[in-house]
Design a protein around this ligand. Structure first.
Ligand code: GLU
Length: 293
């Protein structure tokens, strides 16, 4: 078994909120308990979605909660060449194709029907690049450490976009290339990303990359029953003051780790030192979603 390497990979579309703290903390505790490395990757491949300063705010927030990462922070915007090389490998194998179709054209279909698979329909229009899921070697099962065996129907998956019409790289390709380049062995992230894993598994197989292990954590919902996000105005995590300790304690509770009640007044370093050896995935209830405690 290669040594444990985990990561937290936020998109800097805004500051971290309580839901992102839970995902970061779960991934941190899992890595630290295993004596492994925990890397930080800023997924900033979509500049229009990433306001200036958001990355720096995220770093400050993680530091405030005592979630110190190993090595330099990596930024996806530095790795365009690696994504292009991966796309090139897929094209060479006949596994990627340019597609001029717009969402509007195939709106009556549940997934993109693959119209450009055997030749782009409108070669003069801007093209996206898609994965040919009908030809990609298709694992139809993968294991989640909390949710168990996951099966998916390749026919229902659709040809995922690898590079967008506007030239921006798609998350699915970038995440797979980076996880492999950084030697990530364990992916611990929110349950909202579980549905993305089949495409990532397909891409790992098509590109001949190692398969990391996966642990998807319950997604935290706000009082309105929606996923916490910038759109529904989830409050940003603070980076100083007494709230920091209280929120870390609540995040440990949200991960079912039953921290001692008195720890809520202790500095984050003390809370984490207690939580690391106690971390147990077996304690986690396998719920896709749950309300903020
Ligand atoms: N960048 C993604 C997000 O913030 C997470 C990617 C991942 O963990 O695979 O939602």
């Amino acid at each position: 078994m290669p040594p444990y390497r985990g990561r937290f990979a936020p998109t800097p579309s805004g500051p971290l909120h309580f839901g992102s703290l839970v995902a970061a903390l779960g991934s941190y505790l899992d890595a630290r308990q295993a004596g492994g490395a925990w890397l930080l990757r800023i997924e900033d491949i979509d500049p229009p979605r990433c306001p200036a300063g958001a990355s720096d705010t995220i770093l400050r927030q993680l530091e405030a909660f005592g979630l110190h990462w190993d090595g330099p922070v990596s930024y996806q915007s530095d790795y365009h060449d690696a994504y292009q090389a991966a796309l090139g490998r897929l094209i060479d194998q006949g596994l990627a194709y340019p597609c001029s179709c717009s969402r509007k054209q195939w709106r009556d279909h549940p997934i993109y029907p693959g119209w450009c698979r055997d030749g782009i329909r409108e070669p003069d229009r801007p093209a996206a690049w898609r994965l040919r899921s009908d030809l990609a070697l298709r694992p139809i099962e993968w294991q989640d450490r909390l949710f168990g065996t996951q099966r998916f129907d390749p026919a229902a998956l659709g040809d995922v976009v690898l590079k967008r019409k506007d030239g921006l790289w798609a998350y699915q390709l970038a995440v797979v290339v980076d996880d492999a380049a950084q030697g990530i062995t364990e992916i611990v992230r929110g349950h909202d990303l579980l549905d993305n894993t089949p495409w990532q598994r397909q891409l790992q197989v098509a590109l001949g990359l190692a398969e990391p292990r996966y642990l998807h954590l319950p997604l935290i919902l706000g009082a309105d029953g929606q996923k916490l996000s910038k759109q529904n105005l989830a409050p940003a995590l603070p980076w100083e003051g007494p709230e920091v300790r209280r929120l870390l304690h609540r995040a440990l509770e949200a991960l079912d780790q039953a921290p001692a009640p008195g720890l809520i007044r202790e500095p984050v370093a003390v809370q984490l030192a207690e939580a690391i050896p106690r971390w147990s995935v077996a304690r986690l209830r396998p719920e896709a979603q749950r309300h903020q405690p």
